[in-house]
Design a protein around this ligand. Structure first.
Ligand SMILES: Cc1ncc(COP(=O)(O)O)c(C=O)c1O
Length: 352
């Protein structure tokens, strides 16, 4: 009965669920293995004891956080918007720009939320395949732009789940030749050296998103941000739900932002771990895609590898059913102990 009332274009869409399986090691969601810095824990307890104001609604515009992020990137707070995860900002962008049946260009394979969000917002996702070894083809994207006249182009760099980066030169080649809004998803940007945030004034039609869920290890708080020209931020703000960020999340992120040197150390440590795991696996014959993020995409012929991991209570992300990634799985970089476990399992199964 209810089903017949669901929007026709959503009737075949399944709700998003994350499997609630027991685990000892969780390396399937590109989270950080590090917990909240001790100093932040203490500050938080003190804030709760002395200043907490949770009886009040949060600041609907997250002004303190926008100012702090602006300072971090040397932009004005008017160039910043905060979301409940960067997921919410992806959604807000689609909501504000897409009219029914507008087309949106997405890299493929890439983060699944783009096409889901496009469909939820009455858009039509057009997938532009990545080239050999998952490299971006700027010419293919520009050809697709000319052909489909999309309302939005999405670029994910480093790309999830393939780990490769599209160079600043490559991005400029695209954004300098198109007029539509371009979403540049830098969710893993802290693991690479450069950012398109430095180009928001040169290209007012770009919207660069980042998150506190990955390098900052705050996935449980659900805080992301977007940076763009004032015109872009004003547009996205139209569809941002009021009071979206909660007070506690905003407060903790503000405290975390005072610990940048510690996070830089953690990022370096994870990069070292990534290089270690990649080289160990390459040495025993695995194909490991070069990654600028906190995860590795690994090719494996053994289709039951994720079952083998599961039996050992280890979660990894299996892509064996994903067209375009047929014999691959993705593993998040964890602690040395966790990475060693991954290596051990793969070593035992190398020939199977
Ligand atoms: C490429 C990419 N963008 C955005 C997100 C969403 O992150 P969040 O909503 O936690 O900020 C993710 C999460 O995995 C991601 O991989």
């Amino acid at each position: 009965m209810i089903n017949s009332y669901i929007r026709k274009d959503l009737q075949n869409l399944k709700p998003y669920h994350s499997p609630a399986v027991p685990y000892e090691i969780k390396l399937d969601a590109n989270e950080s293995p590090f917990s909240l810095p001790v100093k932040v824990k203490h500050q938080l307890i003190e804030w709760i004891e002395k200043e907490e104001n949770l009886n009040r609604y949060p600041d609907t515009d997250s002004n303190d956080l926008r100012r702090a992020i602006g300072k971090l990137w040397n932009v004005e707070e008017d160039n910043v918007i905060c979301g409940v995860g960067s997921d919410q900002l992806i959604d807000c962008m689609m909501k504000v720009f897409l009219e029914p049946n507008d087309q949106i260009l997405l890299p493929s394979p890439s983060f699944t939320m783009y096409s889901l969000s496009a469909r939820m917002n009455h858009g039509i996702p057009i997938e532009v395949p990545l080239e050999e070894n998952y490299h971006y083809s700027t010419s293919k994207i520009l050809e697709a732009y000319a052909k489909y006249k999309p309302k939005i182009i999405v670029l994910c760099t480093p790309n999830n789940p393939t780990g490769n980066q599209l160079s600043i030169g490559g991005i400029e080649e695209i954004v300098s030749k198109v007029t539509c809004p371009v979403l540049i998803d830098e969710a893993y940007g802290e693991f690479m050296d450069d950012s398109m945030i430095d180009f928001i004034h040169k290209y007012p039609h770009i919207f660069v998103i980042r998150t506190f869920s990955k390098a900052f290890g705050l996935a449980g708080l659900r805080v992301g941000y977007g940076i763009g020209s004032k015109e872009m931020i004003d547009a996205i703000s139209i569809t941002k739900p009021p009071y979206n960020l909660n007070t506690l999340s905003e407060k903790i992120v503000l405290m975390a932002l005072e610990q940048i040197p510690l996070y830089e150390e953690r990022i370096k440590a994870l990069q070292k771990e990534k290089d270690w795991l990649a080289s160990q696996l390459i040495d025993i014959g695995y194909k490991v895609y070069p990654s600028k993020a906190n995860f590795l995409l690994i090719e494996i012929k053994n289709k039951s590898i994720s079952k083998i991991f599961q039996q050992k209570n280890i979660l990894v992300r299996d892509f064996s059913n994903h067209p375009g990634l047929l014999s691959c799985f993705r593993v998040t970089i964890g602690t040395r102990e966790e990475n060693q476990k991954i290596f051990q399992v793969l070593k035992e199964n190398v020939l199977s």
